[in-house]
Design a protein around this ligand. Structure first.
Ligand SMILES: C[S@@+](CC[C@H](N)C(=O)[O-])C[C@H]1O[C@@H](n2cnc3c(N)ncnc32)[C@H](O)[C@@H]1O
Ligand code: SF4
Ligand code: SF4
Length: 430
């Protein structure tokens, strides 16, 4: 990436912070759950909290957001806990759909049956992400729900016929226990006929905080990146995504995420937690000082307009080391979901974690970019040239082009609208 492009990204971020246009709203509709995953970032279980937001409270937030920002401009992401333990979930989401919101859900998939599938269709669910973290044996022990795996697979088969769903995705949270099972999980994804596989790594929050049996070492994280790159190469018909992101170096970010690095929390993204607290991204460590307000006391729009100040400054994650770093203008101290709030430093710093690995990763990406370029030009047989000078030229060209594409990238919402509009005429698949 050139200095000019880096400066452009830096200025772009400053502008976006100032404008803070809400684009994605996460609703943690409950903190209850029918599973007890070892890694759960929100430490969910089957206890019933007294202060869970009611259907009416959720609906009044939706009215407020619609009035101030326009339902059609915002994507709702329903999460939990396990959203499907709420009996009124689909009634609420039908209300959201009728206001004009598009919405999707992340679920552990255990409760999806024929009845739920019909309700999803009626409430016009457009995207769904189902968690699969291992083979049947590992998934069930990791999530502590015997018998869950077959139910999930059955649920996925049902949803594949649902005409409103334009994107059915499987999410795998990579940790020490399943890193060596990624090929097995890929096979499961393929056997289910799913083309969209999202890989995330376990964050040090909730039950995973300090859990060295789960958290990946830098070397293991690097292996995960290599795996994604290699597997994409071998499976061009599949969407193998990596998210939520970290700053990984400009080359690798463009390769893995299709864009340069952004942490959107607090200026594009907000969440309403299950007790009505308004927060940044729900994956950020839950700390009292990060709660921006509560929808029981103030309107969401008032909180969005007047709070979130710590997320809307270029110094949002500033510390001496980061500010002196050559990558500061794009990285800005990396992601909030791994920020160490006590020490005021990033828990994930590509330069610190990888050192030599960082160079190796960057090299692997460059080779892959070049390989892909050749394939695209129909020159697969020449895919591994060894000429150093030629290699450098090709890399520079690809990176520049990709960087431009990334900086001019529009929020995904528009793309999805197009796709969905097409789908609306579709009948239930047989
Ligand atoms: C919080 S869960 C809520 C939805 C649902 N209960 C599920 O498990 O899919 C959403 C996603 O976050 C992931 N997740 C949970 N704890 C995490 C952690 N500590 N780090 C990263 N991802 C985590 C889950 O594996 C799941 O894919
Ligand atoms: S990760 Fe999801 S399924 Fe697992 S305990 Fe947390 S909320 Fe429940
Ligand atoms: S030192 Fe800070 S700015 Fe530089 S790469 Fe690490 S986290 Fe990012």
């Amino acid at each position: 990436m050139t200095d000019r492009e880096i400066d452009y990204i830096y200025e772009f971020k400053k502008r976006e912070y100032a404008e803070h246009k809400l684009r994605a709203l996460f609703f943690e509709v409950t903190s209850r759950c029918n599973a007890r995953c070892e890694h759960c970032g929100s430490s969910c279980g089957d206890f019933v909290p007294k202060d869970e937001i009611t259907a009416d409270e959720i609906k009044s937030v939706l009215d407020d957001v619609n009035e101030h920002y326009g339902a059609k401009n915002i994507m709702l992401y329903i999460t939990g806990g396990e959203p499907m333990v709420r009996k009124d979930l689909f009634e609420i989401m039908e209300y959201a759909h009728n206001l004009g919101f598009r919405w999707g859900m992340t679920s552990n998939g255990i409760l999806i049956d024929e009845e739920a599938d019909k309700k999803m269709e009626k409430a016009y669910m457009e995207t769904v992400s189902i968690s699969i973290d291992g083979t049947k044996e590992l998934h069930e022990s990791f999530r502590r729900v015997p018998g869950a795996f077959d139910k999930i697979c059955k649920g996925i088969k049902l949803m594949q016929k649902c005409p409103t769903i334009s994107d059915l995705q499987i999410t795998t949270c990579v940790n020490k226990k399943n890193l060596d099972q990624l090929d097995d999980i890929l096979q499961i994804v393929k056997d289910l006929g799913v083309k969209d596989w999202r890989i995330i790594e376990v964050d040090p929050i909730g039950r995973a905080k300090g859990n060295t049996d789960l958290l990946l070492s830098p070397e293991e994280t690097s292996r995960m990146f290599q795996y994604i790159i290699e597997t994409r190469k071998k499976n061009p018909d599949m969407k193998i995504k990596y998210g939520c992101g970290h700053f990984l170096g400009n080359e690798l970010n463009i390769e893995l995420l299709g864009t340069c690095y952004f942490c959107f929390t607090g200026y594009w993204v907000a969440s309403v937690l299950s007790n009505g607290d308004v927060f940044g991204c729900p994956d950020i460590e839950r700390r009292p000082e990060l709660i921006q307000g509560n929808i029981r006391e103030r309107k969401f729009s008032d909180i969005w307009e007047n709070e979130f100040k710590n997320y809307r400054t270029i110094d949002r994650t500033s510390n001496k080391k980061c500010k002196a770093c050559p990558d500061w203008k794009v990285c800005l101290g990396d992601a909030f979901h791994t920020w160490d709030w006590d020490e005021n430093k990033p828990n994930f710093c590509v330069r610190e974690m990888f050192k030599e690995e960082y160079d190796k990763m960057d090299k692997a990406v460059k080779v892959f970019l070049e390989y892909r370029d050749k394939i695209l030009k129909g020159k697969a047989e020449e895919a591994k040239p060894k000429k150093e000078t030629k290699k450098k030229k090709t890399i520079k060209k690809t990176t520049k082009k990709d960087a431009k594409k990334a900086t001019s990238k529009k929020p995904t919402t528009k793309k999805t609208t197009k796709k969905v509009t097409k789908k609306t005429t579709k009948k239930r698949k047989k």
